[in-house]
Ligand binder design. Structure first.
Ligand code: NDP
Length: 496
């Protein structure tokens, strides 16, 4: 690990970096070695209230919502520049916080976060207004106005990217924000908070708080001064957030879990399908909402494909996340690894056959390591095929016909993403249209594009991230209707 001294991170409150009122900090643990690498300010309910008040004042009385889109965009562009200037420190901290490999944080997380701020920063103000013609002599101006105070709650698996995906559109639209990263992995976000504190955002526009209490998220969602909640995390937590948000009739977007099917047809490019399938389940040690955790393989190639997949999975280089040679780092924490291990036991008890991994490798015992794991003889009704394990556990299920593959793929409460591997693009596109999920990748995996909306069907949530749809989630619509009757007197003005 290149981060040597233990760093200390404060809250971002009213534009300034401040300790929590209690003066308390909690430890950030590196899952590669179990060591403390940072101390994080530990907010309590009073800090939460201060952050919300600041955002409320910033929205109701500040100049941010009145600024032009271009003026707000200029701040986002500055943030993008500063992320690139601080890329190494951010990549190191994202790696130490999450256990994601340094290769991943250097080449994916940090550049993606910068690109997202830049993408939204360059959008035109024209996207926020429209003129609609109707059969009445009325000029209808449609304005996309900011919602107000937005609470952003993000999980531990992609702290920097999630921050960028939500913060950039929420701010561009003119909202003020209170952002709360997960207590499990938040150091990189707090370095970003430090970086953002340099761009001179008006007071109250952005507040970032961290807390070990496990209560801060709920306190934010239930706070009456909050107008909208943008949440990414587990489906169970999402349900609780929805109940709390409903009490205040708050606008809400939920990006929740997944159990994404990865359909491999016999006519696929086998090398591409093997590589893509490995990435889909073993990148970030499978801790991805879009993990391709159920692989459906056509029976004609089943044996050959599975043998090759297992052999490649067994050869992945497991090790500390900060080593550029490491292909597969630790899970985010020992606690989380224990929850994944329970699923592995459950899979064995349910009758699935373990053909790869499933054990703790012989590495630093204080690290949260786990071998890449593959089960065959899986029935889709088994809990390992139905529940989101959120770890490196792949369930292999054979199929004989396209209809059967589609049936198995859709037989889940989730609907986040799917993958299809076939050289027959007409067939692949037909299948894609029959899958009940928000994203289908054909002959690729993980193409998240700033221009294109991403989000779930069914219990994977609602609302979209990215693209125009993702931007407009952070707005509400106003219709300004101006009478255009040539005489100046419409029917309604002379009714009585
Ligand atoms: P959670 O859903 O518990 O947490 C996600 C975020 O929500 C964190 O910032 C957390 O804060 C916050 N939070 C927790 N409880 C509440 C609440 N009642 N109201 C508002 N906010 C709340 O995810 P975990 O991090 O515990 O992971 C558990 C499971 O969730 C994973 O195993 C996986 O299945 C799923 N998950 C899905 C993700 C996705 O991208 N779709 C990402 C991460 C997890 P804090 O923990 O700091 O208190």
């Amino acid at each position: 690990m290149t981060t040597t001294a233990i760093q200390q991170f404060n809250l971002l409150m009213e534009g300034k970096l401040e300790p929590a009122l209690s003066g308390k900090y909690f430890d950030a643990i590196n899952p590669s070695n179990g060591e403390v690498f940072a101390r994080i300010a530990d907010a309590d309910d009073i800090d939460v209230q201060i952050a919300v008040n600041a955002a409320r004042l910033g929205f109701d009385h500040g100049r941010w919502p009145q600024m032009s889109v271009a003026q707000r965009g200029a701040f986002l562009l500055k943030i993008a520049t500063l992320i690139r200037e601080n890329a190494k420190e951010l990549a190191d901290l994202e790696c130490a916080s999450t256990g994601k490999t340094i290769k991943h944080t250097t080449f994916i997380d940090v550049p993606t976060a910068a690109d997202t701020f830049e993408f939204f920063g360059n959008l035109s103000g024209d996207l926020f207004r429209d003129e609609v013609k109707s059969s009445f002599p009325i000029l209808s101006n449609i304005e996309h106005e900011p919602v107000g105070v937005v609470v952003v709650i993000i999980p531990w698996n992609y702290p920097l990217i999630m921050t960028a995906w939500k913060l950039a559109p929420a701010l561009l639209a003119g909202n003020t924000v209170v952002l709360k990263p997960s207590k499990v992995a938040c150091a990189s976000v707090m370095l970003l908070a430090k970086i953002i504190s340099q761009v001179g955002l008006p007071k109250g526009v952005l507040n970032i708080i961290t807390s070990s209490s496990g209560q801060a998220g709920q306190e934010l969602v239930s706070n009456p001064e909050v107008d909208m909640v943008s949440f990414t995390g587990g489906t169970k937590t999402g349900q609780e957030v929805m109940v709390q948000a409903a009490k205040g009739v708050k606008k809400l977007t939920l990006e929740l879990g997944g159990k994404s099917p990865n359909i491999v047809f016999a006519d696929c490019d086998m090398e591409a399908a093997l590589g893509g399938s490995l990435s889909a389940i073993f990148m970030n040690q499978g801790q991805m909402c879009t993990a391709g955790s159920r692989i459906l393989v056509e029976d004609k190639i089943y044996k050959e494909f599975v043998d090759k997949l297992v052999s490649r999975a067994k050869n992945l280089k497991i090790g500390p996340a900060d080593d550029f040679e490491t292909e597969f780092g630790p899970l985010v924490s020992i606690d989380h690894r224990n929850s994944v291990l329970k699923y592995i036991e459950k899979g064995k008890q349910e009758g699935a056959k373990l053909v790869c991994g499933g054990a703790i490798p012989d590495l630093n015992p204080k690290g949260a390591y786990l071998e890449p794991t593959i089960f065959i003889n899986v029935r889709n009704s088994m809990s390992i095929a139905q529940e989101e394990i959120f770890g490196p556990v792949l369930c292999v299920i054979p199929f004989t016909s396209t209809d059967e593959a589609i049936h198995i793929a859709n037989d889940t409460k989730y609907g986040l993403a799917a993958m299809i591997w076939s050289k027959d693009l007409e067939k692949a596109n037909k299948v894609a249209r029959r899958l009940r999920c928000g994203t289908v990748w054909i002959n690729t995996y993980g193409a998240f594009l700033n221009e294109v909306p991403f989000g779930g069907y069914k219990q994977s949530g609602f609302g979209r991230e990215l693209g125009l749809a993702g931007l407009l989630e952070y707005t509400q619509l106003k219709h300004i209707a101006t009478d255009q009757t040539p005489s100046g007197r419409s029917v309604v003005t002379s009714w009585f």
